[in-house]
Design a protein around this ligand. Structure first.
Ligand code: HEM
Length: 119
C-alpha cells in the first residue's frame, strides 16, 4: 500500500508542477497552444487524486479526507472544463484565481491522505 501511495503521490506532484508551470504561462499570455496538454495532464491529475482517495479508503485514512478528495476531483474537473466560458470579461480573474486555489486544495488533500496512509 505504501509503494502504491508513493507512486501515486509522485505522479500527482509531477502533474501538479506541470499544471502550475503551464497555467502561469497561460496567465502571462504564453503557450496558449498547450491548453489541450494542460487539460490532459489535469485529467491525469484528477484520476491520480481519485486513486489516492481509494488508497486512503483502503487503509482507513479517514472518511472525511477520502470524501473530500472524491468530490474535489469532480470540482477540479468541472471547473477546468468549463472555466473558459465562466464570467467572461473583467471578472474572469476571479474564475482564474478560484481554478488555481481549487487545484492547490486538491493537491493538499492528496498530500494529507498520503501522509495518513504512510503513518
Ligand atoms: C491541480 C490542478 C490544476 C492546476 C493547479 C491548474 C492551474 C491553472 C492555472 C494557474 C491556469 C492559468 C490561470 C487560469 O486561466 O485559470 C490554468 C488555466 C487553465 N486550466 Fe488549469 N489547472 C489545473 C487543472 C485543470 C484541469 C483538470 C483542467 C481541465 C480538464 C484545466 C483546464 C484549464 C484551462 C482550459 C485553462 C485556460 C483557461 C483560460 O484561458 O481562461 N486545468 N490552470
Amino acid at each position: 500500500m505504501r509503494t502504491a501511495t508513493t507512486v501515486t503521490q509522485m505522479l500527482l506532484r509531477l502533474c501538479f508542477l506541470a499544471l502550475l508551470v503551464l497555467g502561469v504561462l497561460f496567465w502571462t499570455g504564453h503557450a496558449i497552444g498547450l491548453e489541450p496538454l494542460h487539460m490532459a495532464i489535469g485529467g491525469v491529475f484528477v484520476l491520480g487524486l481519485w486513486a489516492m482517495a481509494i488508497l486512503g479508503f483502503a487503509s482507513k485514512a479517514g472518511a472525511d479526507l477520502v470524501v473530500m478528495a472524491l468530490i474535489g476531483g469532480v470540482i477540479v474537473l468541472a471547473l477546468g472544463m468549463t472555466q473558459k466560458a465562466l464570467m467572461i470579461g473583467d471578472l474572469h480573474w476571479i474564475v482564474r484565481v478560484v481554478h488555481l486555489l481549487v487545484g492547490l486544495a486538491a493537491m493538499g488533500l492528496a498530500e494529507q491522505i498520503a501522509r495518513r496512509v504512510k503513518a
